[in-house]
Ligand binder design. Structure first.
Ligand SMILES: NC(=O)c1ccc[n+]([C@@H]2O[C@H](COP(=O)([O-])OP(=O)(O)OC[C@H]3O[C@@H](n4cnc5c(N)ncnc54)[C@H](O)[C@@H]3O)[C@@H](O)[C@H]2O)c1
Length: 364
């Protein structure tokens, strides 16, 4: 197959690993870079030998670009995704898919209208760690899934991030920042979510930046920073997820899945590899589950590779827009449930994504 010609908009922190990986995959070729900050795009282009630096608008209308890879900041995602599909491009976006389901729906509908494919991060669930967990569940190692616990708790990002303000704005907070990894992994492992019931709070109404260059600057907190939610899955399993920027220390696992015949310890869903442990009903201790070599390191961009192949053979995309939208729907429902003090039923549904095994690129 000819490589899919990718144009990247947003040449910040996360772009490096995408550019490394997409250069190594035969299914993808990065042909142009764009950024609001053209100097930044030019520096990256020179370092990587990528010939073309364009404004975002030029890139969106460039004939040599098949897919727009949107690595901009969250509040720019939906607008660029929409413009890309309206311009006849496929698009793959960093998380979150959009800041609201209303915006997200507009992107999906425009993509459908224009016959374009949409995909979205995270693609960590396609990594060796979580795929080993998917296999373990599919092989019946823990029986039918009963429940799950997920914890992402820390004290926020103002101690290290140079511009942490957006983490405390609407559309930020620990749920929109880290929830996509956990919820996408849960959907990949258990299936779609039907409803949520949450309690949320803002513990510190103001944050003080302690990182450079904004040390001492105060940041008002506009969005919940501690969110605890119950998740009802379509198959009847009950999940609990806590995402927090209000916790100094804890000893909870990232993610555990409990079945009728045993328990599964899932690695950090913000990574591709990690350790997988299982303990069946009669086991005296936890036992390691072997994970594959391929995609056990940082493989951001694997979702784009899968998308390029899906476009070529005409099958569904694994890290697809419908999945990213379902996760957005769940995150928004958690925030809304916390505000209203009532259970919220999701309006979206998505099929559990297929395992990566069997694809020609499944082994690296
Ligand atoms: N940094 C990480 O470790 C990390 C990890 C996973 C995911 N992400 C996600 O990746 C995305 C980007 O994060 P980052 O850390 O690279 O941010 P960043 O601020 O380092 O880079 C974003 C880039 O996008 C550009 N940009 C912003 N708005 C734009 C617009 N409207 N048009 C064109 N360019 C625009 C900025 O100039 C900047 O160069 C975010 O959605 C984030 O959630 C980041």
């Amino acid at each position: 197959m000819d490589p899919l010609r990718v144009g990247v908009i947003g040449c910040g922190n996360i772009s490096g690993i995408y550019l490394d990986n997409l250069a190594a995959y035969p299914e993808t070729e990065v042909v142009a870079l764009a950024d609001l900050d053209l100097d930044r795009a030019a520096i990256v282009a020179t370092a990587r030998g990528i010939g073309r630096v364009l404004t975002p608008e030029q890139l969106l209308n460039d004939e040599a670009v098949d897919l727009v890879l949107n690595l901009t900041v969250p509040k720019a995602h939906a607008e660029i995704n929409l413009a890309a599909v309206e311009a006849g491009k496929h698009v793959y976006t960093e998380k979150p898919f959009a800041l609201t389901t209303r915006e997200g729906r507009m992107v999906l509908e425009a993509a459908r209208r224009n016959g374009r494919f949409v995909g979205g991060a995270p693609d960590t669930f396609l990594g060796a760690g979580i795929q080993a967990c998917v296999d373990a569940i599919d092989q019946g190692l823990i029986g039918d899934v009963v429940a799950a616990n997920a914890f992402m708790m820390c004290h926020g990002h103002e101690s290290w991030h140079p511009s942490p303000e957006f983490y405390y704005e609407v559309g930020g907070g620990p749920m929109f920042d880290m929830g996509p990894y956990y919820l996408t992994a849960l959907v990949a492992l258990i299936g779609p979510i039907r409803s949520v019931q949450a309690m949320t709070r803002i513990t510190f109404p103001e944050r003080t930046i302690t990182s450079e260059p904004k040390q001492g600057q105060k940041v008002p907190v506009e969005t919940p920073t501690h969110l605890a939610a119950l998740l009802e899955f379509e198959n009847g399993a009950i999940g609990q997820i806590t995402t927090s920027f209000d916790i100094w220390h804890h000893t909870m696992p990232h993610l555990e899945i409990y079945g009728t015949e045993g328990s599964l310890r899932v690695p950090d869903p913000n990574g591709f590899g990690g350790e997988v442990w299982v303990r069946r009903a009669g086991d005296a201790e936890w036992n390691p589950v072997q994970i594959g070599q391929a995609y056990s390191q940082n493989s951001r961009g694997l979702g784009v590779r899968d998308m390029a192949y899906a476009l070529c053979v005409g099958r569904a995309v694994r890290a697809g827009g419908e999945l990213a939208y379902h996760v957005l729907d769940a995150m928004e429902a958690v925030v809304r449930s916390g505000e209203r003090g009532e259970r919220v039923t999701l309006e979206s549904w998505v099929e559990r994504p297929a395992r990566l095994a069997g694809e020609p690129f499944a082994n690296g």
